[in-house]
Design a binder for this molecule. Sequence first.
Ligand SMILES: NC(=O)c1ccc[n+]([C@@H]2O[C@H](COP(=O)([O-])OP(=O)(O)OC[C@H]3O[C@@H](n4cnc5c(N)ncnc54)[C@H](O)[C@@H]3O)[C@@H](O)[C@H]2O)c1
Length: 455
Amino acid sequence: MKVAIIGTGYVGLTTGVTLAFLGHEVTCLDVDAAKIAQLNQGISPIYEPHLDELMKAARSRLKFSTSASDALSQAEVIFIAVGTPSLADGNPNLTYLKSAAEAVGEHIQNPYVVIVNKSTVPIGSGNWVESLVRDAFRSKNSGSKSQFVVASNPEFLREGSALQDMLYADRVVVGSDDEKAISTMRKLYQPLIEQTFTPPSFLPRPENFKMVNFLSSDLQSAELIKYAANAFLALKVSFINEISELSEKVGADISHVAKGIGLDTRIGNKFLQAGLGWGGSCFAKDTAALISTGKEYGLPMVITQAAKDVNTRQRIRMVEILANELKILKGRKIGILGLAFKPFTDDLRDAPAFDVAQKLIDRGAKVIGFDPIAMNRAKKEWAQSEIQFAETAEAVFEEADAVLLITEWPEFLDINFSKSKEKMKNPLILDGRNHLDPVAIKKAGLKMITLGRSS
Ligand SMILES: NC(=O)c1ccc[n+]([C@@H]2O[C@H](COP(=O)([O-])OP(=O)(O)OC[C@H]3O[C@@H](n4cnc5c(N)ncnc54)[C@H](O)[C@@H]3O)[C@@H](O)[C@H]2O)c1
């Protein structure tokens, strides 16, 4: 099928590359000319494992363009995957969605087009997008007819394993009130649903993986599924973090507690890793949007609000624990291991590292950070802050009064802690992800504080 993707960010690019790999003719459209130029040279503007390789494998069916007319005029299915960042009041900023919808209305020519909202958008946005497309189409094509339908196809990928999550998804959800739109989307995803494609050697099919669940629903339900899924995951993380704080107080060990509850198949062990809490582009904004939608309907979303509050508290707690240990933060040098909001991505949106570093700087400390992948992005995006950057993980230990581990990159396990300790002013590590081996750290002569354990 002929597919257009509007927005070549983490979602749009991975969706476009995956659909081209599955055999569709895909044109990816972006307003960012630098991004498109880079993509046309075969270079991905974002770090996502195996994206470069899959782009190469799908290259013959994949185009990148800044021209809305080129991308949209012949498309049978158009995905909108533009950003929907939070506004100050918690509502998502829908400016990008609006201009994408208007571009669709101005340029579609195919007799039947399915316009798919892949961006996470407030409930009811499908109807809004439809009216924007209709108005733009009418003002450009008075008299002529194009039949189009808006569907919702929320995205559940995890940055860092986005391609794995797309090719071997738990489910594909499509919401529309139009039967033909649902069947068009089913046809589009058929190779994925039935797993008829030959897996790329670098992304093998998991053993016993047979089919992807395809769930069709009305538009509003699909839109709500995305918000509810993210709020539930955020809640799971905040729940274990609340229990983790209690663990410290009563002398329990959160790793045993999490294992003990996660073995219950009704609960499951995922998203039960105690630590500094969630960050990233989605959880904060999607929980805020859910709360804001509840407010619009006079319904306080108390559980979602509590999940948010606990998450905010975790970042403050990290600084408080450090202040407790060092007594004075002014003039202290604090090293930070990990800047990206999680490992295997270079995404810095709502990264806990930035928040914690800023809180320390506000209290007079000097902060020096390192990340294996997100360094260049951090130097650019955080240029206004006083955060300094080290060239290696080991260099953050230099003269440090403490080192905080904030992102659980596997390579941090390979640091020579005995040697690094020698460079420190004060041999203290605060492991914000319960990532390091306490025995190895103790052996290296460092004091380690972890979250959710009493010692
Ligand atoms: N990042 C994730 O892990 C993730 C997961 C699931 C859902 N989502 C949702 O998907 C949406 C996109 O997220 P993202 O992380 O990919 O965003 P992003 O900021 O990485 O990418 C958005 C892209 O859209 C482009 N753009 C903006 N307006 C445009 C327009 N009018 N025409 C063409 N291009 C335009 C931007 O230049 C940018 O390249 C958001 O609603 C987000 O909530 C994100």
